[in-house]
Design a protein. Structure first.
Length: 85
């Protein structure tokens, strides 16, 4: 997959998740008591911030970095082919 296509898929998924977070916080806010609404909404937004940082640190390098485990995957595929003969 080309880098531009990866970038578009990844950014589209990220935008959709970031748009869902306020709705999720209102949904969870409606399920708790009246005095816990702000706390529940704040937890959803803090989780969104934490996941955004994790995406930058881990997800970006996984998507655009060097391949990890290519040799191990090839060995596993070879093992499966031999087993299914």
């Amino acid at each position: 997959m080309k880098i531009k296509k990866r970038w578009m898929i990844l950014m589209t998924a990220t935008i959709f998740v970031l748009m869902m977070t306020p709705g999720l916080s209102f949904f969870y806010g409606g399920m708790v008591g009246a005095k816990n609404v702000i706390s529940t909404m704040l937890q959803s937004f803090i989780a969104m911030g934490l996941i955004s940082v994790l995406w930058v640190v881990v997800g970006f390098s996984l998507c655009f970095g060097d391949d990890i485990g290519e040799r191990e995957l090839a060995e596993y595929e070879e093992h499966l082919r031999e087993k299914n003969k």
